[in-house]
Design a protein around this ligand. Structure first.
Ligand code: MSP
Length: 469
């Protein structure tokens, strides 16, 4: 069976993982679990982007050799991903010698589309991106995302001739051969593509020493994006190995800010290499704090470990998968987080406690998980509307709470114990059906619920799943 491949963006390792980084992983993990639920075999890549000046400078600031610095931070990202309950199959580091060598090989294979030219203009080190005069003037010379002044550059660089591929890229996106979700971002990108210039793919070594040398020109190193984008295939072994069993990717998950690199430069690279384009690009929205983008450079980052420490993993996943939108920006505040926790405790925690207690009293024994088709749920998942799919499950949970209230099995038991048992069995069956899909979002909690209601003797948990604050 051909494996399905899901990728996540590889974060820069100039600092600790922050809350914004969690979105890529949670969405990709949910998709992976859903595809596996549908019977597919899935590979999920994650990794770290370890080259470039901001990383080099940060290591120097801390007085640590750059390689040691990136080693430490890459480990932090791996721990972070695990702490989110996310299971990747492949982890790529761009300072890995295999990646570096394969990247140089990729460069050589793209050489027909590469030329050298001089550049004079603006650059944002936070974005690791060149900025047009128009963008510079519109933003008064300051990057709106990083709140830092653009720097003036005057240097010789190698360029990738995007113009060689522009028409084909546009056709692929318009026809959904490369499908961009959400549609408004597809439109936004198609507009951007019209004026997209050739892109710089190298920097002079005296400006950036922490990077992969350009093959055949020791005076230049690869500019971070070409190195970073290549990760999606170098980790599969390209070009040393045949990757046709796994490439193209089913879905590449990226934040909205880096969609243009994935919809512009990356398809150009793939076309230059004669590789097929990925099927889907999912551009998620941003987690904001008080309406502002969270960024290391701005200094308003929320530490995800602090949120995880508060109530554990399930409430974290619940908040960011149900109350954060897959495609729009979503704000985090502690107030909303507490409200979300209480909702989880009241709706799901209480249901489990109450139902398990009633089952125990009425000698209802463990039941089997019933798989029941749910076309609405599937349709939402297939459109990457994970938070709306999650809502469907929650409606089911609310419905079960209502049924307990209206069907009053404890009152029925006094008159007709067999009938009460029947009511409870049906409630447990329906809960287990929901729980089977809840596992895509809240795997640990869903497992616990399944264990409670499939055990030969149903026993309420000694402490509620979500204790009151
Ligand atoms: N290194 C590049 C990606 C290269 S992929 C070939 C990069 N790194 S990053 O650390 O700036 O961002 C990593 C991912 O986190 C991106 O998908 C980015 O959009 C996402 N996010 C960073 N801040 C975010 C939020 N505040 N909210 C949600 N996602 C955000 O870009």
């Amino acid at each position: 069976m051909k494996e399905s491949y899901i990728t996540t963006a590889i974060p820069y390792v100039n600092g600790n993982p922050h809350l914004g980084h969690a979105m890529d992983y949670l969405l990709a993990d949910t998709l992976r679990r859903y595809m596996m639920y549908c019977g597919k075999k899935v590979r999920l890549q994650a990794g770290t982007d370890e080259h470039g000046n901001k990383i080099f400078k940060k290591a120097a600031e801390q007085g640590i050799p750059t390689q040691d610095f990136v080693d430490q931070n890459a480990a932090k990202f791996q721990d972070f991903i695990h702490s989110l309950g996310v299971e990747y199959t492949d982890f790529v580091r761009t300072t890995n010698p295999d990646h570096e060598r394969r990247c140089q090989e990729i460069w050589k294979r793209l050489s027909d589309h590469i030329y050298k030219d001089s550049y004079e203009g603006w650059y944002c080190e936070g974005c690791e991106n060149f900025v047009t005069d128009k963008e510079h003037d519109e933003n008064d010379g300051i990057c709106p995302d990083h709140k830092k002044p653009y720097i003036k550059l005057s240097e010789e660089n190698y360029y990738l001739r995007i113009s060689d591929f522009k028409d084909r890229i546009r056709d692929a996106i318009e026809s959904d051969e490369l499908k961009i979700t959400p549609t408004f971002r597809k439109k936004e990108f198609l507009n951007l593509l019209k004026d997209m210039p050739d892109v710089s793919i190298s920097r002079p070594k005296e400006q950036v020493e922490w990077g992969i040398p350009v093959p055949g020109d020791e005076s230049q190193v690869m500019y971070v994006w070409i190195d970073a984008l290549a990760n999606y295939i170098t980790i599969l072994g390209y070009p040393d190995e045949d990757i046709s069993d796994i490439w193209p990717a089913d879905t590449q998950v990226v934040g909205k800010d880096i969609l243009r690199f994935h919809a512009g430069i990356w398809p150009a690279m793939l076309m230059g290499l004669d590789l097929p384009l990925s099927h889907n690009l999912l551009a998620h929205g941003f987690i904001t704090v008080n309406g502002e983008k969270m960024s290391k450079s701005i200094g308003n980052v929320v530490d995800p470990q602090e949120i995880l420490a508060k109530h554990g993993l399930t409430p974290f996943r619940y908040y960011f998968l149900r109350h954060a939108s897959t495609t729009e920006d979503s704000d985090f505040t502690w107030y909303k987080y507490e409200a979300s926790y209480n909702e989880l405790a009241n709706d799901l925690g209480n249901l489990v406690q109450r139902l398990a207690t009633l089952c125990k009293k009425n000698a209802v024994t463990g039941r089997k998980v019933n798989k029941v088709a749910n076309a609405d749920f599937d349709s939402r998942m297939q459109k990457y509307e994970f938070n709306f799919a999650f809502d469907i499950l929650w409606d089911g949970i609310s419905e079960l709470n209502k049924r307990i209230d209206t069907e009053k099995p404890w009152a029925v038991a006094k008159e007709d114990p067999a009938k009460a048992k029947e009511i409870l069995e049906k409630l447990v069956d329906d809960l287990l059906t929901i729980d089977d899909r809840l596992a895509l979002f809240l795997p640990d909690c869903a497992k616990q619920i399944e264990e409670i209601f499939t055990a030969s003797e149903i026993t309420p948990p000694a402490t509620p799943l979500f204790p009151k604050n």
